[in-house]
Design a protein around this ligand. Structure first.
Ligand code: HMG
Ligand code: MG
Length: 307
C-alpha cells in the first residue's frame, strides 16, 4: 500500500490574511469550492480573530456557514480566545486551531500575550472544543527562527508543543513562520519532538517558502516520518505580524513532489492549478509558483500538464 500523506490547505486563511486586495465572500467561497473539488479534505477556512487585527478575514461569521458540507471535508478555523470561540461556535465550526509560538516576542506581537499567557487563554477554548467533540490543532510558530529574537532551540519549540498536547490538542503544527529553516533543523526538531514522547502522527509541519527551502524541509519531514504538511494553493500567504513571512509552500509544488515520489494524498494537481489561477487572478497577481508556471509533468509522454 502506498505511503499516505495529509495535505492541510491553509490558502483561504494564511494565504488571504496578508493580502492587501479585498476579496469578497463569494470569491473566497469559490476558491474553497475549487479546493474541495481538487480533493483537499482539510481546508483552514478563516480566522475568528479581532477584525481590527486581520480585516481580510472579518467576514468569518458569514463565510463559514456558507461553505459546502462535503463528505469527509473539515474546515478548521483559527481561534485566539473565548470571544473567538463563541463566534466560531455560532458559525457552526467543528474544528479549530489555537496558535502560539516558541518565542514570547512573536506571540506578543501577534496576539498581545506571552506564550504562557496564550496557553492560559487557550485552556477554556480547548476545553469547550473538547466538550463539543471538535478536532483541535495547536500551532507553534517561529519553531525554526523568530523575526524578533533570531535562532530558536528545537527543545524550546517542543516544550510548547508538549504543553499544547497536555491541553488536549489532537496535533501540533510547527511553523517556520518566516521561512528561515533548513532540512537539518527540521530533522533535529522531529528528533527532539519524538524524544520528548510526541508521536509522529501528532506532528504537522507548516513551511513558508520565503527563502526557497520549504520543499527541502518537507523532504526532511518525510524522512523523519512526519506525514502531515500544510500548504497554500497559489503560494499566497504570510503573517502581518511576522516581517518577511512571504509565501506559504504552494500546494501545487507539494502535490507535484508527492506524486512523483509515489505518496498517496488524494489531491488532483490540475484541479489545484485551477484553484491557484482562480485565487491569484482575484488577487490581481500572476501565478508565480514553480509548478504554477511550469505545470506538472506526464512521465508517460514527457509533456507538461495543467499549464
Ligand atoms: P487585544 O487587542 O490584545 O485584545 O487582541 P483585547 O481582548 O483587548 O480586545 C481588543 C478588541 O478586539 C476588543 O474590541 C475586543 O472585543 C476585540 P474593542 O473593545 O476594541 O472594540 N476582540 C475580538 N473581536 C472579534 N473576535 C475576537 C476578538 N478578541 C478580541 N476573537 C487578539 C488580542 C488575540 C484578539 C488580537 O491580537 C488578534 O486577533 N490577533 C490575531 C493575530 C492573527 O490572526 N495573526 C495571524 C495568524 S497566526 C499565523 O499566521 C501563523 C501561522 O500561520 C503559523 C506559522 O506560520 O507559524 C498560524
Ligand atoms: Mg503561516
Amino acid at each position: 500500500m502506498a505511503d499516505r500523506v495529509r495535505i492541510y490547505e491553509v490558502g483561504p486563511r494564511d494565504g488571504l490574511q496578508n493580502e492587501s486586495t479585498a476579496i469578497s465572500l463569494e470569491t473566497k467561497r469559490g476558491f474553497i469550492e475549487r479546493l474541495v473539488a481538487a480533493g483537499l479534505r482539510e481546508i483552514e477556512a478563516t480566522s475568528f480573530v479581532s477584525p481590527k487585527a486581520i480585516p481580510q478575514l472579518a467576514d468569518a461569521d458569514a463565510l463559514l456557514p456558507s461553505l459546502p458540507a462535503a463528505a469527509g471535508v473539515r474546515y478548521p478555523v483559527l481561534v485566539p480566545n473565548e470571544r473567538g470561540m463563541a463566534r466560531a461556535e455560532a458559525a457552526g465550526a467543528t474544528a479549530l486551531a489555537v496558535f502560539t509560538a516558541a518565542t514570547d516576542a512573536f506571540t506578543q506581537h501577534n496576539i498581545g500575550m506571552t506564550v504562557d499567557e496564550s496557553l492560559v487563554a487557550f485552556e477554556p477554548v480547548l476545553q469547550r472544543a473538547a466538550d463539543l467533540g471538535w478536532w483541535r490543532r495547536g500551532y507553534v510558530s517561529t519553531a525554526l527562527g523568530c523575526p524578533y529574537t533570531g535562532a530558536v532551540d528545537p527543545h524550546q519549540a517542543v516544550g510548547v508543543a508538549t504543553r499544547l498536547l497536555e491541553l488536549g490538542v489532537d496535533e501540533v503544527c510547527f511553523g517556520d513562520t518566516i521561512g528561515v529553516g533548513v532540512p537539518t533543523q527540521v530533522a533535529a526538531l522531529t528528533d527532539a519532538a519524538t524524544e520528548a514522547g510526541i508521536e509522529l502522527r501528532q506532528i504537522a509541519y507548516h513551511f513558508h517558502d520565503t527563502r526557497g527551502t520549504a520543499l527541502a524541509n518537507v523532504v526532511a519531514g518525510l524522512e523523519g516520518g512526519v506525514r502531515t504538511f500544510d500548504s497554500s494553493t497559489g503560494g499566497t500567504g504570510g503573517c502581518p505580524y511576522a516581517p518577511g513571512a512571504a509565501g506559504n509552500l504552494a500546494t501545487e509544488d507539494l502535490v507535484y513532489l508527492l506524486d512523483a515520489a509515489g505518496y498517496e494524498h488524494g489531491v488532483d494537481l490540475e484541479r489545484v492549478l485551477d484553484a491557484a489561477r482562480f485565487i491569484t487572478a482575484a488577487l490581481g497577481k500572476p501565478l508565480s509558483t514553480k509548478v504554477g508556471q511550469a505545470g506538472g509533468w506526464d512521465a508517460a509522454t514527457g509533456r507538461a500538464i495543467g499549464r
